[in-house]
Design a protein around this ligand. Structure first.
Ligand SMILES: Nc1ncnc2c1ncn2[C@@H]1O[C@H](COP(=O)(O)OP(=O)(O)OP(=O)(O)O)[C@@H](O)[C@H]1O
Ligand SMILES: [Mg+2]
Length: 373
């Protein structure tokens, strides 16, 4: 078992090509489940493949278990990688696929046998050991790929979108299985996905990337509740966070008010104080609020400070998403999504007065897009 450290890592795929991984520094602790998440092309796979030794490092250092591995070949890094396409050997049986890595290492035959059977039992594929990959379902193949990685007892597991070929139901099931597997093995895992839900449910920590640059690293709750910038705020969470543009002005009571042409929203005393200290009076800012903190004003009397210009909007669309209903509301030019219970039907065209929970509003600098309170 081992931790993984990335130090000022850069990657470009050619002499005159731009960097696709830029100054990535990160310490992944021994036994941690770290998820790399971000949009397509942001450099997740490239980073993972450098850790695996499948791509050369352009600049920077990679340490596995404290050892500099930049020039250590993949086979000697003691890692196991699981890919999206499973990459099973088609002509080998499930048993042979799982045993392959151990055979290469010249492990004794009876030890291979015990290990493969034991792990196959855990993954509930023991009855499939004699079959060829083509005789398996997608989920079964994925389990074999996992099994092949596990039997080797690597120091680190690297997984690149291992579930994206599975249907939605199986994906959720395998997600749980991988989480349990990690709890049991306590081996360091680095897991790549573009799916924020997968990242949020699986990671002990999440590393959010964009354009080759780390945007934020933190526990799921942390990146959800305290995003570092507008990108993280909107990438994490479903439905995406609501953003509203406005200006901060000094209110009658001396606190700050978030002002737009349509409504004015007094800030909580703490936020007001923080933003006054940062001299944000009369500056343009972006307010972020998640759909679950948007309410019908009549449902939450007394929430927030009294305001002279309430938020009034029209429902233009609502969608049922399992136990929730997302109600889309137009407030002038702005659009706000409110999360309600599924049974709360609201007809399109309904006029609503909204209340935003001031405790959960986020404020961003409009130019830098960084969080300011
Ligand atoms: N072998 C390669 N040669 C040249 N450019 C590459 C190569 N592999 C990846 N890239 C480029 O590097 C950038 C990062 O790619 P990478 O595969 O790391 O993204 P990703 O975050 O894994 O995306 P996805 O979610 O689509 O898998 C992209 O712009 C991609 O086009
Ligand atoms: Mg990728």
């Amino acid at each position: 078992m081992a931790g993984v450290s990335l130090r000022h890592l850069f990657k470009s795929y050619g002499k005159n090509s731009p960097f696709v991984v830029k100054d990535v520094s990160l310490d992944i602790e021994d036994g941690e489940f770290m998820v790399f998440v971000g949009p397509s092309g942001c450099g997740k796979s490239t980073t993972l493949r450098m850790v695996a030794g499948l791509e050369r490092v352009t600049q920077g250092e990679i340490y596995i278990g404290g050892e500099l591995v930049n020039h250590v070949p993949p086979k000697k890094r003691d890692i196991a990688m699981v890919f999206q396409n499973y990459a099973l050997y088609p002509n080998m049986s499930v048993f042979e696929n799982m045993a392959f890595g151990l055979r290469l290492r010249k492990t004794e035959k009876h030890l291979i046998d015990t290990s493969v059977r034991q792990n196959a039992r855990t993954l509930e594929i023991e009855h499939l050991l004699g079959r060829k990959p083509r005789e398996l379902s997608g989920g079964q193949r994925q389990r074999v790929a996992l099994g092949r990685a596990i039997v080797r007892h690597p120091k680190v597991f690297l997984m690149d979108e291992p579930l994206s070929n599975l249907d939605a139901r199986l994906r959720v099931q395998m997600r749980t299985e991988i989480i349990e597997l990690h709890r049991r093995l306590e081996t360091t895992m680095i897991y790549v996905t573009h799916d924020q839900t997968e990242a949020m449910t699986m990671g002990t920590r999440i590393c959010i990337m964009k354009d080759g640059i780390i945007q934020q690293v933190g526990a799921p709750e942390e990146v959800y509740m305290r995003p570092a910038n507008m990108f993280v705020a909107s990438f994490i969470g479903s439905p995406p966070i609501n953003f509203l543009e406005g200006r901060l002005r000094l209110g009658k009571e001396g606190g700050l008010v978030f002002d737009t042409p349509r409504f004015a929203l007094p800030l909580s005393p703490e936020k007001s104080k923080a933003l006054l200290e940062q001299s944000y009076v009369d500056k343009a800012v972006v307010l972020g609020i998640r759909a679950e903190y948007v309410h019908r004003a009549e449902d939450v009397p007394g929430l927030g400070l009294p305001t002279e210009a309430p938020i009034r909007g029209d429902v233009y669309f609502s969608e049922l998403v399992g136990a929730d209903r997302f109600i889309h509301i137009k407030v002038g030019e702005d659009k706000i999504v409110m999360r309600a219970a599924a049974y709360e039907r609201v007809a399109d065209g309904t006029k609503l007065e909204l209340a935003l929970n001031p405790k959960f509003t986020l404020f961003f600098n409009r130019d830098t897009q960084q969080v300011i309170a």
